[in-house]
Write a protein that binds this ligand. Sequence first.
Ligand code: 13P
Length: 252
Amino acid sequence: MTTRQKFIAGNWKMNGSLQANAALLKAITQGLREQPPACKVAVAVPMPYLAQVQALLAGSSVQLGAQDVSQHEAGAYTGETSAAMLADLGVRYGLVGHSERRQYHGETDAVVATKAQRLLAAGITPIVCVGETLAEREAGQTGTVVARQLAAVAEALGQQIEKIVLAYEPVWAIGTGRTATPEQAQQVHAALRAQLASAAPGGAMVPVLYGGSMNAANAADLLAQSDIDGGLIGGAALKAPDFLKIIGAAQA
Ligand code: 13P
C-alpha cells in the first residue's frame, strides 16, 4: 500500500568526543557493512564534530545530520551556525524544533518554521520535531498542540512541506524510559499524516518518525504501526549494538 522507506536517525545530543565518535561510528558502519540496512540511516551530531563525522561516514550508507541551525542567513550572529555552513560540511538532515530547544532555548513555532526554511533553501532536509508535554497530554491537548506546531511550519513552507521529515516526540517520553505505546504513537502519527496530506499533494508521503525512549526492545512494535515510518533515537543511538538492532528492526 505504502512505499515510504523506513528511516532511523540517531540524535547524539550533547554527547561524544573525537575518540568516542570514532569508536561508535566504526562499530556502526562495520555492522551495516555486514548487514546492509533496509532503511535509511542518519546521525545528528554536535556541531564541532560535523567535519570529523563527515570524514568517518564517507563511503558508508549513513547520512550526516546536524541538531540545529541558525534562523539567520549569515552575519553578526555570534555562536550561530548557518544552513550554508552545514551544507558545506555535507550535512543532509537538520533537526529543528526539538523539544529541548523549544524548552531550554525559548524556540517558538515561528522560529522553528524559519529554521526549516533556511535548511530547505540550503538543500538540507529538515527533521521537524513536534510533541506535547505531560501536562498537555493529561489535559487532552495532544492533538491540538502537535497540530499547531506542524501548522506553523506548513504555513511557512507552503507546498514545500512535502520535502520535510516529521518527528513526533512526546516530551514526557524523551530520556525518561517511558515510551509511548505503539497505539498512542500511531494515533498521533495518523493525525499528523492527515494534516500533511491536506497541506500538499505529496504530504502523505512525508516520513513521520517516532522519538522518545525508543530502544532495541521496543522498536519493532513501534515500527510495525502503519503510520510510524522510523525513529529518532537519543540514548540508544550512542550504543552501537542497540542502534544496529533498531536499524535491523526497520524493514522497508
Ligand atoms: P531518547 O531516545 O533518549 O528518549 O531521546 C529521544 C530524542 O529526543 C531524540 O531526538
